[in-house]
Design a protein around this ligand. Sequence first.
Ligand code: BGC
Length: 747
Amino acid sequence: MKLQIIAAAVAIGVALNAAGETPVYLDTTKPLEERVNDALGRMTTEEKVAIIHAQSKFSSAGVPRLGIPELWCTDGPHGIRPEVFWDEWDQAGWTNDSCTAFPALTCLAATWNTEMAQLYGKSIGEEARYREKDVLLGPGVNIYRTPLNGRNFEYMGEDPYLASAMVVPYIKGVQANGVATCVKHYALNNQEQRRHTTDVDLSDRALYEIYLPAFKAAVMDGGTWSIMSSYNLYKGRHVCQNQRLLKEILRDEWGFDGVVISDWGGVHNTEQVIDGGLDLEFGSWTNGLSEGMKNAYDSYYMAYPYLKLISEGKVDTKELDKKAANVLRLIFRTAMNPEKPFGSLNSPEHLAAARQIAGEGIVLLKNEGNLLPLKLDGKKKIAVVGENAIKMMTVGGGSSSLKARREVSPLEGLKHRAGDGVEIVYARGYVGDPVAQQDGMKVQDISDNRSAEEMLAEAVAAAKDADYVVFVGGLNKAPHQDCEDADREGLGLPYGQDRLIEELAKVNKNLVVVNISGNAVAMPWIKSVPAVVQGWFIGSEAGNAIADVLAGDVNPSGKLPFTFPVKLEDVGAHARGEYPGNKDALAASKEWGDTIPEYYNEDIFVGYRWADKEKTTPLFPFGHGLSYTSFEYGKPSADKKSLTADDTITFTVNVRNTGDREGQEIVQLYVTDKKSSLPRPVKELKGFKKVKLAPGEEKQVSITIGRDALSYFDDNKHEWIAEPGKFEAIIGASSRDIKGIVPFELK
Ligand code: BGC
């Protein structure tokens, strides 16, 4: 491979110096920094500027004169995006760019299985490699602050510990392929409504304890080679130009040596971006040009305007050298990585991975009277109802939309699994969003002009004499229904689904609701429905994975990565926070582009932390998920009664499978600080372990924690503090299903 790089460079006459030696930057036996500096030293100012901004929708230039290749990015984060035209968002119409669609990241988080995250990263990284991409624009780890956020499905839930634990193996899996992850959207991009103009402000404590840990883990433990700065503002400055976030925290505190890539169109000002910490500018529609004008790349904020300031002597090249060095380092790690494998696309292994991850992430929310798994023996009739049983879910939702080589719908999956003895009838029940399209491609049109009453009547009739009714509904990635650039308008299900579910429940007691979404939804009908499954957006193998779980071939083992509140007022951001922005500012705003401040008043009390503090009972709590078997917990214990700040403590609990089938249980460890100088959450997740148990089998589960798990962030001292005193370790099967408590002390 190294020879190939040199050969390529020789071909354009740059590789060997007069003495016939390989230049340092091409010599992969030399340390990375030496190579970066060597390459930098050979580049002109124009060449340096050329590599720090886009040259097309998804690529930036290399240094052709030196044989340094272009850098190609791709969305992310659930599969490799189809090719778009050089200069447009429309798909280019290639025929060899279909991918495997992996489950959305909420589903991955719901597996609570770090091995699944590694498998996910490895598989998607292989697809990126095969498609010759250098940077995968994902994964996303913005914290789930409100169930209205249109992009929650692309993130890993409400808890910083869970998101941190899951993002690290994803990154390692991807980067082992010589493909960089670009962890997004750093930071505080917790809503889509007014995502370009929301000016977030919050306490440092909430910033460090809730919103930053997953990014920090991505940098310090995952070693991500790039990170995407978000659209929103933080304390008055757009994040893409925000020194505090991009320099002081990311570089100085965490030691990040990768590239900060702007979200597409997130840069607004040349002066600010020069010393704002950004390295690579993408997607700008710059000033002085008509919107969307083609080939405006030379006019990017970090292109000609930057060069002009340098040539006029108004700025020096110190920051430019840093940015160019960072980009070179990324190119050496990816495009010029001599170790990178060739990758693979749509392999049977990738489909199997997608199905396995989906099967582990699907959450059994309710299963009264053990209605599930479906008993498919003998002659049975199943009425499948709901648009989401036939609608493509890999298309739509914004930049994460995919062109999947295959997508098995829930109806197909169920038909395939049920086999000949079982009759499956389908009734749509409602019309939601009948057209699946994105970026100029219409992929599915299931328009139906019947009236709502007609469709409801048909569904009820089909349900009446069926042995089971499986309703597959939820959201669908159309605008406002889990989609980029728009938030949801309420917690409720759209298109009259609540009424339909109530009517189905009236005529058939064996009703299973499969909710497809990346967000919590209200379930006013919950008491009339015996079985509810959270089905997420799960990609290519969706139908098979759902059928696996409904039929019991896979025993569900996912648990919720976020709280399902009963109503919006039970969410901190809505009860106390200023979502979707400060009310007075919103009322006074006249222009679309007005900056709207939003203070996160709920502070550190996000998700279950808020529910615990307010003592509300969620519809389904964080960490909740049932199984077809049952587990019994023993009495938890600790290896010591107290620890010092440099020490660790290990908690152990025995878990036994008391049912008659193999299953997996996720043992969760929460920590409570009994007395603290600052208010603290009632409890916080600080460890978990997923264990597989055969029927009757018992295993000992141990979880070790240290000082980190006991600390809070003190804004005034700007320091993590582990305050001596009494703590409790709470072992739970969910954040509300507590199995045992072990008191201990920090000396
Ligand atoms: C999204 C990013 C995405 C980028 C490129 C932006 O609008 O916010 O997540 O990676 O577009 O498609």
